[in-house]
Design a protein around this ligand. Structure first.
Ligand SMILES: [Zn+2]
Length: 502
């Protein structure tokens, strides 16, 4: 990693003087300048892909991370996994063109996989229901309700062998690595579904057997032996080291719900601390890390120099407990660590978030000590909550008939100043409606048009620049911006170009 030495800082500052005070920066230029992207941003013609990559090059982006396996399916014309390929990509070889164009411009290409998250109706979830992660009542995530809506993802069990991990996901990644000249494989959703239910998965048949074995809750050679020693110490838990049998004698007769409850709420010693959850979380963190090892070894058999990157949550101590993602264990199977330090992952207003971001990156530098590359990620579009949320609220109130004038007035007041400058026509239409409510449909259409093509400057580019500056000030090697589509819709390419040029 690069660090600013006093002389470098001085030279950079002197070099900056000639270009005007605004460009003076004490921090070194970032080596990693990456964006996360989705396939629709590159379009489905050769010309659209070329134009897209041109835009990246113009903005000095040098690493593209493109999602090509999502909950919707695969975005390359896979032969072995043909039924999972998204329709428009059966005859259009997006990665072939994209990688060729990226390499022409010296942009590295990381192929981004949704690892354990599948679509509820995806081919593999339909064909192999036995590979789904299950809750204590034996149901997959796709039967859950989240914020009043059906949860559309089907999480697959990371642990089961043979199962999704070794029969589907790893072969898929291997196929891609063999077929394309890709620089790195990018892991995402490399975890359990914590956004939904941190403690509910996985209690599939395989895991109900595997957790007690993993944690040595009985001896496989002496399964009925209690394995107890003398009770010669005052503290109950002090007698743990002989690995006494933890499972009750009637374990085999327990229902799934009863087994799950014991594994999550039970005690290592009868009457002792309720501590079995520790082993449950440990098992999950192990399974996720074990996948990163296994895929690394499998892919390296066919591509000995392949590298891996991963989008991870900001704090591995916490994500280890809540989603089985203690990413410290991914080393040495992942080389590029990309924590998602998004604004939505911090509390407080924009300025508070900048402080928390810096604090978080400093912690990450310690946790990520064993990784060759640490590139924190920021979400560009999310920085504009204050500008976007009132207009989203207004749009919803118009859709509801436009009768809540007081509510609309409050939303309008929050953004009126910005609108007057950047979108005077919309400003006047909203102001007129609030004075005399008529034609809500017409005003709603104006709002839709605004969102389809947000005027330049409505989302202040300084806010993105400030965020990126704060990341760079932590002396990290690179940064990843989520996403190229967000940069486009918020009209931030110029800000990105100027920042990366320094
Ligand atoms: Zn399982």
């Amino acid at each position: 990693m690069r660090y600013a030495r006093p002389l470098t800082v001085l030279l950079l500052a002197l070099a900056g003087l000639g270009r005007g005070a605004a460009t003076v920066s004490a921090a070194p230029t970032l080596k990693g300048r990456a964006v996360w992207a989705s396939p629709r941003e590159a379009g489905t013609t050769e010309a659209s892909v070329v134009a897209y990559v041109d835009q990246l090059a113009k903005a000095h982006v040098n690493t593209l991370i493109m999602e090509l396996k999502t909950s919707a399916g695969l975005f390359w014309p896979s032969e072995r996994f043909a039924p999972a390929v998204v329709a428009e990509y059966r005859d259009f070889d997006l990665p072939a063109i994209l990688i060729r164009e990226c390499h022409k411009r010296r942009i590295a290409f990381h192929v981004w996989f949704f690892d354990f998250a599948e679509g509820a109706n995806s081919h593999v979830a339909q064909q192999h229901p036995e590979w789904l992660a299950l809750s204590p009542d034996g149901k997959p995530t796709s039967t859950e309700i989240l914020r009043g809506q059906p949860y559309r993802m089907a999480w697959m069990c990371p642990a089961r062998r043979p199962g999704y991990t070794d029969q589907w996901l790893i072969p898929l990644i291997k196929e891609f690595a063999e077929r394309y000249d890709v620089d790195a494989v990018h892991h995402d959703y490399v975890r359990y579904p914590g956004d939904l239910a941190p403690d509910t998965y996985c209690f599939c048949d395989y895991c109900l057997e595997a957790i007690p074995k993993y944690a040595s809750y009985y001896s496989t050679t002496h399964p009925d032996d209690p394995l107890l020693g003398p009770w010669d110490r005052p503290h109950l838990e002090a007698h743990w080291e002989r690995s006494p049998k933890v499972l009750p004698p009637t374990w085999k007769d327990y229902s799934r719900e009863m087994k799950s409850r014991l594994l999550l709420e039970g005690s290592f010693f009868p009457g002792g601390n309720r501590d079995l959850d520790y082993f449950f979380y440990e098992y999950r963190a192990h399974q996720v890390a074990e996948f990163t090892r296994q895929v690394f070894e499998e892919v390296r058999k066919v591509k000995p120099k392949m590298e891996f990157s991963a989008a991870v949550f900001k704090n591995p101590v916490q994500s280890g407990r809540f989603i089985g993602q203690d990413w410290r264990r991914f080393s040495p199977w992942v080389q590029y660590l990309m924590p998602m330090d998004y604004r939505s992952h911090f509390g407080g207003d924009f300025e508070t978030h900048l402080d928390l971001l810096a604090e978080s990156i400093q912690q990450q530098k310690v946790w990520a000590r064993d990784f060759p590359h640490l590139w924190p990620g920021v979400a560009a579009y999310q920085l504009y909550e204050e500008e976007r949320e009132p207009l989203t609220r207004l749009r919803r109130l118009f859709r509801d008939g436009g009768k809540d004038v007081a509510g609309m007035q409050a939303a309008f007041d929050a953004v009126a100043g910005r609108l007057r400058t950047c979108a005077p026509e919309l400003h006047d239409a909203l102001a007129a409606y609030l004075k005399e409510p008529k034609d809500p449909e017409g005003v709603a259409q104006k709002l839709d048009a605004f969102f389809a093509n947000v005027p330049e400057g409505y989302y202040p580019p300084e806010r993105l620049t400030k965020t990126l500056e704060r990341v760079r000030a932590q002396e990290v090697e690179g940064v990843v911006i989520f996403s190229s589509g967000g940069i486009t819709s918020a009209k931030l390419w110029k800000a990105v170009e100027e920042f990366f040029d320094r």
